[in-house]
Design a protein around this ligand. Structure first.
Ligand code: ZN
Length: 279
């Protein structure tokens, strides 16, 4: 579906902070678009991934721009080596671009991590009491492997409570465009109504609904899962989309933890919970 929202709530025209549920918290949640970088077609322009065939110097410049907008150095914008699995790493363990895994858990102020995507789902987690968060990369393989459940478990090991977590799911392939084969449906086990018939033996899968269901099964509150209704393929002028044509670049979504709030956290959390549970 076409995005009904303005493309930018910008911080130096590079970062969107798109999740209502994560506003007002001691963090910066961000999603980059294709805009504001230096990469040439077909990676134009803010390609955030060295794993593409893009010029490495251009990716470096793009990442430096985003890091600068976040107030950090290039090497502190943490990312692992995404493998479409269920490995979760702590931020301290990340060797930039090397450590295999699809989620990173943040437990200290100023830690910043991202995932890169082009149709897969970027998922951002935060617990306002434990002040811990995570970013995860979830495509159908990662969802089938259990990446979201594994991320929730890692966060709980760091002091989070599942029912307290707020989650933002960023732009990703929509049910309008995600036509898959029977092997994907078999691995994904969508709920009834989570698929509709496509051509021949293929089906359209609602991968965002699948992610929501897995998070709810892991104990998250439905009211604290925010899913952006932005299909990357339908909006491939704004976001990289593998299904809109390869080769292509990757946009990023991530999280920076800020200092813990200076006010009484229990009072503040009460007001946060009552606000976010409003219809
Ligand atoms: Zn679409």
């Amino acid at each position: 579906m076409r995005s009904p929202r303005p493309p930018f709530l910008s911080l130096m025209n590079l970062l969107e902070q798109p999740f209502q549920l994560l506003h007002g918290l001691p963090l910066t949640a961000f999603v980059t678009s294709r805009k504001g970088g230096v990469s040439q077609r077909p990676f134009d322009t803010l390609n955030m991934a060295y794993l593409t065939a893009d010029d490495r110097g251009s990716v470096r410049t793009n990442r430096e721009r985003v890091a600068m907008a976040l107030g950090i150095a290039h090497d502190n914008l943490l990312i692992g080596h995404q493998v479409h699995g269920a490995i979760v790493n702590q931020a301290e363990a990340i060797e930039l671009g090397e450590t295999p895994g699809d989620a990173i858990v943040l437990t200290r102020a100023h830690q910043t991590a991202m995932v890169v995507v082009a149709d897969c789902l970027p998922v951002i987690f935060y617990d306002p009491v434990a002040h811990v968060g995570a970013v995860a990369h979830a495509g159908w393989r990662g969802l089938a492997a259990g990446i979201l459940t594994a991320t929730v478990q890692s966060l709980m090991a760091s002091g989070a409570i599942a029912g307290r977590l707020a989650v933002g799911i960023g732009p990703g392939i929509g049910r309008c465009c995600y036509e898959v084969g029977p092997e994907v449906i078999a691995a994904s086990k969508p709920a009834p109504g989570g698929v509709r018939a496509g051509s021949a033996d293929r089906s359209f899968l609602d991968i965002k609904a699948l992610a929501r269901r897995q998070l709810e099964t892991a104990g998250l509150a439905s009211a604290r899962i925010e899913i952006l209704d932005i299909c990357t393929r339908c909006n491939s002028d704004l976001y990289f989309s593998a299904r809109a044509g390869e080769p292509t670049g990757r946009f990023a979504a991530g999280l920076k933890l800020l200092e813990e709030p200076p006010y009484n956290v229990e009072t503040w959390v009460d007001s946060y919970v009552s606000q976010s549970s409003r219809p």
